[in-house]
Design a protein around this ligand. Sequence first.
Ligand SMILES: O=C(O)CCC(=O)C(=O)O
Length: 302
Amino acid sequence: MSARVPVDAETFRRDGYLVMPGAFSHDEVSAYREHLLAKFEGGDDSADYSGDLFANPVTESFIGDGRLIEVCRDLLGGEPVYFGDSSAMYYASNNNVCGFHKDNADRHNPDAPDWDGDYPIIRFGLYLQDHSRQGGGLMLCAGSHKSVARNRKLEVLNEEVFGWFSGRTRYVPSDVGDLIVWNLRTTHAGMGRYLRGPIRRPISERTQHLVPGFMQSKLAESRLAMFASFGLAGKHLDRYLRYLKTRTYMVDIWRQTQYTPGMFAKFEAQNAKLLDMHGEVSADIAAGRPVGGYTYWAPLPA
Ligand SMILES: O=C(O)CCC(=O)C(=O)O
């Protein structure tokens, strides 16, 4: 097992995200990047995401070597559960900024079950290049995990105007090896840009077309990042899994990934749990229950 990563749980609870500097070494990041770059740029595979990182011998350490598991335990205070929701994602250097969104099931309705109490599901991101001296990093709205506006226009104002002026909407200037974790209710966006200058004020999907190109950060290389979700067992995870079962990409990954007894044992030895989602969706399909019908997010009935 690798060295423990120091965790500031109070900042995570306040902001809905946390950056853990130097959690992975430059050598580890280089090895992940080299492998994934060859996969995305080298062949006939045109997908912009890969399968479950735990099932790939080169990337399995990201999920299973104990760092993510212990950060999850420190932040959420219970037995970490991993359910196969991980992938690497690739963007060419000139890709546009992506849209702000939340990752949980109930993204726009404050009365929906996800907004009842704390939400103990988190997503890790490890970016495989520097984003402190170039764009392409993550953007986040600090504190946005605590509520969602019923009115969509107000939510947009929070992201773009109030958040920008208050400094709560942020570009995360992560360095190579920094591990980022966010609550799934936290509003965020990938392929961020910032206004050139020392303060790195964020440029979003909506504002990228309004700001002259010479004022925007550039990205000199392809963007590669690895993502993985963990959570605690309970009603929120049950609902999140029900939601994930509606998503085509997730069901494809689960169908492709069958864990070995050794993989389950690895989690058990660390007092953590690995869910057999391959078995679960296979049973759903055999019983004729609908899974994987939605390419994009769609609201889940209560
Ligand atoms: O690509 C990124 O930087 C963010 C990824 C993202 O939005 C997600 O995993 O939900």
